[in-house]
Ligand binder design. Structure first.
Ligand code: PBG
Length: 337
């Protein structure tokens, strides 16, 4: 049937018809909120390149997590910034390291309402800003893959002991998921899940995050361990390897410039697929909105819808709490009309 019998506009005529025919419905439970917690802070400190995002003190972290839970957000993912950094990132697996302290706090306060995830990497903890201890071969300085695995294993156990429900290795070292699974199981944390940053691209869109996490590499970049933005088949291979090694969830990161990867991963696997809407994705929309060039809330919800439509079950987004509140307010307003 074609025009004029068919009219596609019939089903777009009213808000109620559009609601009925909507294929993707955003829900607060789709979202995970990233939170930065910095050792030694008594007040939160704004991150200039990420409007609305702060480095938290332990006190403000608790409030932010409680607000997220209240808004219906599914979980939080924690990033820690230690006072003291060194070559191997010792603070990352210290039982009194900042993320471990934060996890213990949040377990007690919101541990039953929120999934507590911990980003598992060393770049915030090393004095050189790379994701693991370094090794030198000739003139070449790079992250020592196998020594890094031992460090990640120990960090995973520390995070699990402090109350993480999910650890999320983001360092893109080969074998990291297997090393972490073995260490967790040996320490009787067999119920702690692994969300693998499986397809993590070496992206310019991480720029603002490095200010928030104070993790800018002091030399070079991460291209020798993160993925080339040109590679889709390789992303599927990374995902498959992480599943073989025991990942419970797999992540694609960034989200918006990699929606094709989200879709391909969704079609290839049965486990939950997570997409990370990264700092630069937030920054570009916030900057455009601040200039009056975009409608901020519409753009926010449109990107989240796109990421879900591409196949992500869960979206990690700095807008989690706000988007959750917006969705609830919109639904409530509809009922009152
Ligand atoms: C740490 C890590 C990064 C992000 C999440 N975990 C930065 C990086 O790899 O340089 C980026 C998140 C964002 O940009 O919002 N390895």
């Amino acid at each position: 049937m074609s025009f004029p019998q068919n009219r596609q506009r019939r089903l777009r005529r009213t808000p109620a018809l559009r609601r009925l025919t909507s294929e993707i419905r955003l829900d607060p439970a789709d979202f995970v909120l990233p939170l930065f917690v910095k050792e030694g802070l008594s007040e939160p400190v704004p991150v200039s390149a990420m409007p609305g995002v702060v480095q938290h003190s332990l006190g403000s972290l608790r409030r932010a997590a409680a607000e997220a839970a209240e808004a219906g957000v599914a979980g939080v993912i924690l990033f820690g910034i230690p006072e003291h950094k060194d070559a191997v990132g010792s603070q990352a697996d210290d039982p009194d390291g900042i993320v471990q302290m934060a996890l213990r706090d949040l377990s007690a306060e919101v541990g039953s309402a929120l999934v507590l995830m911990a980003d598992l990497c060393l770049c915030e903890y090393t004095d050189h800003g790379h994701c693991g201890p370094l090794t030198e071969t000739g003139a070449d300085v790079t992250v020592d893959n196998d020594r890094t695995l031992e460090r990640y294993a120990s960090v995973a156990v520390a995070q699990a002991a402090a109350g993480a429900h999910v650890v999320a290795p983001s360092g893109m070292q080969d074998g990291q998921v297997a090393a972490i699974r073995a260490a967790l199981d040996a320490a009787h944390h067999q119920d702690v899940a692994i969300c693998a940053y499986a397809a993590k691209f070496a992206s310019a869109f991480y720029g603002p995050f490095r200010e928030a996490a104070e993790s800018t590499p002091s030399f070079g970049d991460r291209r020798s361990y993160q993925m080339d933005p040109a590679n889709a088949r390789e992303a599927l291979r990374e995902v498959q390897l992480d599943l073989d090694e025991g990942a419970d969830l797999v992540m694609v990161k960034p989200a918006l410039p990699y929606l094709d990867i989200v879709r391909q991963v969704r079609d290839a696997v049965e486990v939950p697929v997570v997409a990370y809407q990264v700092s630069g994705e937030l920054a570009m929309i916030e900057a455009a909105a601040a200039n009056g060039w975009l409608e901020r809330e519409r753009a926010m919800l449109e990107t989240l819808t796109s990421i879900r439509r591409a196949g992500a079950d869960t979206v990690i987004t700095y807008w989690a709490t706000e988007a959750a509140r917006l969705l609830r307010a919109t639904e409530a307003a509809r009922l009152l009309r």
